[in-house]
Design a protein around this ligand. Sequence first.
Ligand code: CO
Length: 240
Amino acid sequence: MESYKRLLLANKAWVKEKLDIRPDYFERMASNQTPEFLWIGCSDSRVPAEEITGTEPGELFVHRNIANLVIHTDLNMLSVLQYAVEVLKVKHIIVCGHYNCGGVKNAMGHQSLGLINKWLRHIKDVYRFHAAELDAIKDEEQRYKRLIELNVVEQLRNVAETSFVQRAWYFEGRPYLHGWVYDVKTGLLKELSMMQPNSELYDIYRYDFSIERRRQTPRSEPSHATNGQTVAQPVSNGAP
Ligand code: CO
């Protein structure tokens, strides 16, 4: 049997399994999606987002690329991010890297690989930002692991530095940002970093939405007014 035919057969078996449990499974699924999570992960075939998190169709909005990068000029990633934040209104964004990531491995080397050099350059930049820490790690395997972790932390910051996320933080007190790493040898996820809504950012990356807030607040509501001006009220970290 051609290997691809196995996938089509497995699909039929999967449909049967779902319908046996719930005859209206697909009808319910077709009406709309309300995922709570945006997953930004690596394209690596060993890191299937839904399977390793035990989530069902409808629960994760997913974007995957080589080495789970969040590049602020990548229209594909930005479109996914904007849709997830502004339309689906996800509560959590997870950036998940993984040990044994080929993208990070190649970025640590010096071989020219063609077009993908351009993509992997972003990981070389992460290395440069953290060169003091990384160069001090003599064991290459450990240095590789640490770069994978630092890459996740940097990509999470890139998510936070977008205006979409900062606007949702300011007006709606969400989403929470999570940086995780997956260990392909154990199957376990590890939490590396978490950013609450309205987390501190380097000042240069911070957008000011107080003017937008003033424009949106009708003049007839004097509750927040001082001297005839409406004062912006940022949403606190604990707000839903
Ligand atoms: Co990878």
